[in-house]
Write a protein that binds this ligand. Sequence first.
Ligand code: ATP
Ligand code: MN
Length: 318
Amino acid sequence: MVHDERDGVRLTSLDAPLGDGLEVTKGDLVDHLDAFADRLVPQLAGRPLSVKRVRPGQEPFMQRNVAKGAPEWVRTVPVWSFGAHREVHQVLCDDRRTLLWLANQRAVEFHVPFFVAGAEAEPTGIVLDLDPPEGADFGVVVQAAELVRRALADAGLAGAVKTSGSKGVHVVVPVRGVPPEDAAAATRALAARAAALDPDLATTAYIREDRHGRVFLDSTRSGSSTIVAAYSPRIRPGLPVSAPVAWEDLPAARPGDVTVRTAPERLGDGDPWRALLPDPQELPADLVAEGHTIPVARVQAMHEGRRRARARRAEPGD
Ligand code: ATP
Ligand code: MN
């Protein structure tokens, strides 16, 4: 077994398979995260981190609470988990050695919210998460992303796009001076405006059966939700990474284009995500106001689900 030590962090079993069916070694993960440490850490620093980890013979799992036995230099922040009904301590990945320590635990995916711990009321960005319909060609996601780009431009805003590394894309708009409720509202309004530009192509329908083969513009990932960081690998064969793409290059992009093996050659030493992200912007008042008239998709879907269940019960034999 090949072992190594970098930045005082012991790295073990680097020649072992990373996980089932991933077609890479643990060393491939470590080398990728180390090579991109200078571009990943700035996106992660100060933000409560969730990692998705793998282990041979196990299903991948999302981890928010810091792993037991963490070195004393690993910074954490206490966060109330509504799902788990308890306080968890989330890692703040502020430096290379913390990233390497996580890499050695086979942490593959790095997910962070659009705020820094302690400044939850000051969102740093909003995101539209575009998910293709089952079995669709990536080309439809590209077209849907263009709708989002137009809706942004019509509102005087600019965003940057990256592949998720999985199936879809993320359009990110850095913001400043916006309360969280307004950031969430503006995201809903942008999704609605983008879908209205081509209702046959894109939809904001939270309920799957209502999407009818259209690209889903998910407006619920702003706020305390997370998004995978640019350059983060994804738990899929070959470890594709979430890759920044210039708008002009989007039509030719595909989710699996950049993997941990091809990233150094494809992305070089540069930081395209940093280069492509516009400066933080204020959000137009009319966009925010429009968003406040749109119900939160998740809540609306819950009510709609209940209504449909009642309707089904009222029509026995149907
Ligand atoms: P894809 O392109 O396949 O949609 P994705 O990363 O966009 O990949 P989504 O399911 O659309 O995946 O979710 C968007 C983001 O929401 C993720 O990047 C992740 O940060 C967060 N997320 C989704 N599901 C979970 C979960 N179960 N636990 C924690 N965070 C999640
Ligand atoms: Mn998605």
